[in-house]
Design a protein around this ligand. Sequence first.
Ligand SMILES: *[C@@H]1O[C@H](CO)[C@@H](O)[C@H](O)[C@H]1NC(C)=O
Ligand SMILES: [Zn+2]
Length: 395
Amino acid sequence: MKTILSFFLLLLTQTQQSLTYTPLSDHSLKHLIPPSIDPTTSPTHPDPDFDPVTGALLSPILIPRVPGTPNHARVQEHFTSFIRTHLDPSWTVEWHNTTSTTPTTGARQVPFQNLILRRDPPWIRERGAEGEGEVARLTLAAHYDSLYLPEGFVGAVDSAVPCALLLFVAQAVDRALTRRWESMSMGGVGEGSLEEEKGVQILLLDGEEAWERWSDEDSLYGSRALAEAWEKTRYEVGSSFATPLEAISLFVLLDLLGGPEPNIPSYFPTTHWAYQNLAQIEERFRKLGVLETKPRKPFLAEREKEAVQFFRGYVQDDHVPFMQRGVHVLHIIPTPFPPVWHTMDDDGAHLDVPTIRDWARIMTAFVAEWMDLEGYLPAVEAGKPESRYHEKEEL
Ligand SMILES: *[C@@H]1O[C@H](CO)[C@@H](O)[C@H](O)[C@H]1NC(C)=O
Ligand SMILES: [Zn+2]
């Protein structure tokens, strides 16, 4: 009975979420990303976030980072110091650490450490344990470990860039989330109403790569452990969601992004609606002339895909342990894979920074629409606050 009830609530929340999904205005889309990454202001300047050599977000990740090595720890430290210095202190940072043997490392227990970065509405946090099971969380994921071999492999698209993108998105929506939740708390809106209990979490997953040869046992070390743990963790009896796994409204997995001309299929009929929202964002951005790339076809070209056309199967990746447990997944990974995949050429030099910046715009807009941030995004037009944004602030 409990299970059925929770399942019903889950469905209810999801229906409501798709109903309240609010597209951003043209104005917001045009001004979404602050000028520091606007190429029109400095077309030849190295990107402050995503330049492979100097970019503050990306370049520290572009080193070999095999689990259990000092470099791996350096990348973890980069994540936590970015979070500490760039994000609102209300984000919670949680590690999920396990160990496992691998076919390559014999009896040695290799550590696998997932980083979970989460932001829920403030009234949820105030309720403590009772609030825990009430929030449906948009969940964005990427893996930060790199292949064991070939030695020196950097894994720029696999998946340093997706990790940097997720940190970028967290920062890009951070203030708008604060503003929206502040104005909702003040107006007494939202609190207790199911549709407003929306949070966002970012999973930086470890141990995605196989050490020797891809198999069920040799791959997905971090995500397998996390999905299993979240299935067993139970919220308080009577919560809207029974487990953290059920509280995932959508699992968006980014992988192999950062190369030119990506072709991202829609893999799953159950989340095709979310794919369509994402594709619509890309199309609107292109029409508005905001995106820098001019690909032969859109990154997300399968908006019109019909139900009967979903036969192609899917790519084995960190979403699998979650999907097997009933989580809805949007997998943002190109098919075919970038040509540099699992070669020494998957490095900073083979990245296409305009493509990365366009992904930053598309993903930021997707999260902003999901979290209903229209009207709360900082305006950047000539350094002048947009009137609407100003009104909200004075509420
Ligand atoms: C989990 O791993 C992280 C990263 O190495 C470390 O900072 C943290 O202290 C570990 N947590 C526990 C409980 O061992
Ligand atoms: Zn890989």
